[in-house]
Design a protein around this ligand. Sequence first.
Ligand code: SF4
Length: 222
Amino acid sequence: MGTTLRVIEIFESLQGEGHWTGTPMTFVRLAGCNAPALGLECVSWCDTRESWDAESGVEMGVAAIINQVYLPRLCLTGGEPLLQIEGVRELMAAAHGRGLRVHLETNGTVDPQVVTGSPAASPCAGSPLFSESDWVVVSPKPPSYFIASGWMGEVSELKLIADERLDTATAERLAAEHPAALVCIQPEYKMGRRSVDKTVEMVRSHPDWRFSFQMHKFLGIR
Ligand code: SF4
């Protein structure tokens, strides 16, 4: 029997955020998040608190998960999916074996090169994780906005939440460190209109960036 994963939920919806907004995907939400232990400030506005406990959800094998995916794109999200890296790698390989595209959403704190054991001398070459991810969304969190070095050169999309902490200098620094990534700025809705205005202003002054507005919440869907 292969590696199992703790799964909070599997559901079909439209991607509500970032570059792929509006695209049908099957979402697999994995259990466990390291943000509370790391003291990350996103815990105050997180909308997936049910995913924090690594023991929550149900234990599922890779085949059982794949059998519930009926759409061409699978989005692995959390929580922090890389806390279950071995299962994630197996799931990605199995998904590709079925011809699926795999999107991965991470907070960037876990270095995939460390957990996959890739040689430090070639930090991004040949990693099973990267070779099996079709779109990597890294959403670094305040106060440090730390992204582990193993993600360098591998980020498809940088998702930044315009909360009280985020400032333009931080967003510009992260964009410069990941030049190939699409930068998406997203309001923090508990902050209300001020966050929307802040997001609009940041994007208007950086025409290559995008406004991400969590379409699924606007539509009242999952
Ligand atoms: S990293 Fe994501 S899932 Fe974890 S607390 Fe922050 S926003 Fe929530």
